[in-house]
Design a protein around this ligand. Structure first.
Ligand SMILES: *Cc1c(COP(=O)(O)O)cnc(C)c1O
Length: 704
């Protein structure tokens, strides 16, 4: 028996609620939802809120229910043994990695109740952290505490996105204020322009990993700086650079004040690249010359780039940098030109802006893109920086992104696989042999897989109806009649959900609207669509795309057959990735560096229909989903859109519809199920973050 068993249940439950381990363990979630279904739902599944609501007296009484008590006991034992276990993948494969990996990211998507992410980059960081915990890798994340988070989305009757920013109360989140040895809150500061900006930090526990969220909301700061960390990617360029100074420079200072000596600094995207300047300053202060200092920094840093568009990289003018970093940089004794040279491809070019990606690339011992194609695109993109015409010589590799499968599998999917594979399937995600068991029906018959598909599709349909009722109840006039019959549990369900960045081309599938109207209204073989996604508040083009989808969802012949679910977040995502028969992905090649949402569907028996971009370009093997277009791109964007849309319709018409609606005597689409099996055994053991993090360890974290 472990020592913690003597502690009262209430205390152990508190500890559990404040460790996000519960976010990938559905039976732990069940405890909280059972304690207070109302608060659980109302708080977007916040375990801390539930325990705030339930008094000690009530908890003690509820635990008199022996079934409930047994369940709580079992989960606590499981959690505590996870936390204490020393026999991990890392203990076997990365024992040299003693000091933590410090992973810097501007956003972390860990759970819907913690709104400190905007999209795929954040979700990737969150999934990376969870797998680092599962694999037993010493790991510290650094990000900001965005008190107002990313916005909540509503769509007006005119189809235009509206944004609100509810204020989060840290005491209602699983956050713990980081204190100093004396017990008060630990304060650090950075210099921004002529001001000293103080920040505190919040500790967030993710299994065995820890994330620190930096927060400038302090009375010590000018009003103006108190709100610096309030919004995810909020405000203008001043806010942007200020946030990046807190994240990078502040992050290093925080780790230093905590006595954490990272074995490696991993910059997830360029936002945190100022961290290298702080490391450099530290070396210079200790007496190193520039050469030595730079060498020492480079030896400790690695960088992952995510952005294949030049405009997507943060760039700052020389004047701006001088203004905000002048005082900080002055301490190094180096010139402003020297600073600028670290952020320029051509150091002597006075016109060139300071680029965070360039800084990160120059100051890292290794760098990578996030899919094979993206690695290649990045090498091409940064040829100048490495002074070569031969992209093959550019030292940027690739590690293809994955997902933390246990977090994305719904409770129903967990139950399905627990029953058939055993509860340890979540520990076998890197083993292709293990998943090859799904090739035939020995473990899960066609009928059982089809039953799961139906159950998950129904869950999505019912979720969508609940959400649509809420959405339409706001609108004037009685449009809510259709809601109870919106979507069908029998129809082929195609989902599209992601940020409404224009390169993702949400409206592409509606390019020929008449065709879609015909297909959606086919009484024998109907298709239906579920859309979700937020446009960045300043992206009007993205908002116009969203309005197009909103308008189509109100078209008299498509209403209830094309639906838009507001306020895309990780909860909405989980319903969609589970319920989708087909996951549609239509980025403009090669702009989707990896994409991960299509990876979340596989464990649920969904199939991908995607442009040959990002992860799908290397994952598509011929029978595990469908491609749109081929491995080429046209320079003429309009022609490319037309070409891709036509190809999409053809695949839909010629392959997807016949295969989905071709049923055997048991009512099961055998060819479809066969394709699901192929997708499962070819994709599950590869496109997950256990494999991804293990690859980071082997290629980049362990110094050769
Ligand atoms: C997975 C996920 C994403 C990333 O989707 P992509 O299609 O890879 O861009 C974005 N937002 C949320 C909420 C997600 O769960």
């Amino acid at each position: 028996m472990s020592h913690s068993n003597n502690r009262p249940f209430a205390e152990r439950l508190q500890v559990l609620s404040r460790n996000l381990w519960w976010t990938w363990n559905p039976q732990a979630q069940e405890i909280f939802s059972e304690l207070s279904p109302l608060v659980w739902e109302r708080s977007n599944h916040n375990a801390v809120e539930v325990l705030r609501e339930v008094s000690h007296i009530e908890l003690a009484a509820r635990l008199h229910d022996s079934d409930f008590q047994k369940k709580v006991h079992r989960i606590l034992e499981e959690f505590e043994s996870y936390m204490q276990s020393t026999d991990t993948w890392a203990s076997r494969h990365a024992a040299h990695l003693k000091n933590p990996v410090a992973y810097f990211s501007a956003e972390f998507g860990l759970h819907e109740s913690i709104p400190i992410y905007s999209g795929g980059l954040g979700v990737l960081s969150g999934d990376h952290t969870k797998s680092a915990s599962d694999l037993g890798i010493p790991f510290v994340g650094i990000s900001l505490f965005y008190r107002n988070g990313y916005f909540q989305q509503q769509v007006g009757p005119d189809g235009w996105q509206q944004e609100t920013y509810p204020l989060a109360d840290p005491t209602h989140l699983p956050l713990e204020l980081v204190t100093s040895d004396e017990g008060g809150r630990l304060l650090n500061s950075v210099e921004i322009g002529h001001s000293t900006v103080f920040f505190q930090a919040w500790r967030l526990r993710v299994g065995r990993a820890v994330i620190y969220l930096l927060d400038t909301n302090l009375p010590e700061n000018d009003q103006h700086f108190q709100g610096l960390t309030a919004h995810v990617y909020g405000g203008d360029v001043d806010t942007r650079i200020g946030q990046e100074i807190i994240l990078g420079i502040g992050g290093v200072r925080l780790l230093h004040s905590l006595g954490v000596e990272p074995s490696v600094f991993h910059m997830n995207e360029g936002h945190s690249a100022f961290l290298t300047l702080e490391l450099l300053r530290d070396q210079l202060k200790q007496g190193a010359d520039v050469q030595q200092a730079r060498k020492s920094v480079t030896a400790r840093c690695i960088f992952t780039t995510h952005t294949p568009v030049p405009a997507g990289h943060d760039r700052f003018s020389s004047e701006m940098l001088h203004h905000v970093l002048g005082r900080f940089w002055g301490e190094t004794g180096l010139s402003h030109d020297q600073l600028m040279s670290f952020g320029r491809s051509i150091p002597a070019d006075p016109e060139e802006l300071f680029t965070m990606t360039v800084l990160a690339l120059k100051m890292s011992r290794a760098a990578n893109g996030v899919s094979e194609l993206h690695g290649r695109v990045s090498r091409e993109m940064w040829k100048d920086l490495f002074a070569t015409d031969n992209a093959d010589l550019v030292p940027i590799g690739h590690i293809t992104n994955g997902i933390h499968t246990p977090s994305w599998a719904t409770a129903k999917a967990h139950e399905f696989w627990n029953k058939r594979l055993g509860v340890d399937w979540t520990a076998k995600l890197m083993d292709p042999h293990y998943w090859s068991k799904l090739v035939n029906g020995d473990l899960a018959s066609d009928e059982e897989l089809w039953a799961m598909r139906y159950g998950l599709r129904r869950d999505l349909v019912e979720f969508a109806r609940r959400r649509l009722r809420m959405q339409y109840s706001r609108a004037e006039g009685d449009v809510s009649r259709f809601v109870d019959h919106a979507l069908s549990t029998d129809a082929l369900t195609i989902c599209f959900a992601r940020r409404f960045a224009t390169y993702k081309r949400a409206p592409l599938v509606f390019r020929n609207l008449d065709r879609i109207i015909t297909l959606a209204n086919d009484s024998e073989r109907p298709i239906q669509f579920v859309f979700a996604g937020k446009a960045h508040p300043r992206d009007n083009e993205g908002k116009r795309f969203l309005r197009t989808i909103a308008e189509i969802s109100r078209h008299p012949q498509l209403i209830g057959r094309v639906v838009f679910i507001e306020n895309y977040d990780m909860n909405v995502a989980r319903f969609l990735v589970a319920g989708a028969d087909v996951w549609l992905n239509t980025p403009r090649r090669p702009l989707e560096a990896s994409g991960t949402s299509g990876q979340k569907i596989v464990i649920h028996g969904g199939l991908n229909l995607s442009i040959m971009d990002g992860w799908w370009r290397e994952a598509y093997l011929g029978a595990n989903g469908w491609p749109i277009g081929d491995d080429t791109s046209e320079p003429n964007l309009e022609a490319q859109d037309e070409h891709d849309a036509e190809d999409l319709y053809e695949v839909l018409h010629e392959q997807i519809l016949p295969e989905f609606y071709q049923r055997n005597a048991q009512g099961v689409p055998s060819a479809w199920i066969k394709r699901i099996r192929t997708a499962m055994h070819s994709l599950i053991p590869v496109y997950n973050t256990d494999r991804m993090v293990a690859e980071y360890v082997r290629k980049y974290y362990l110094v050769p």
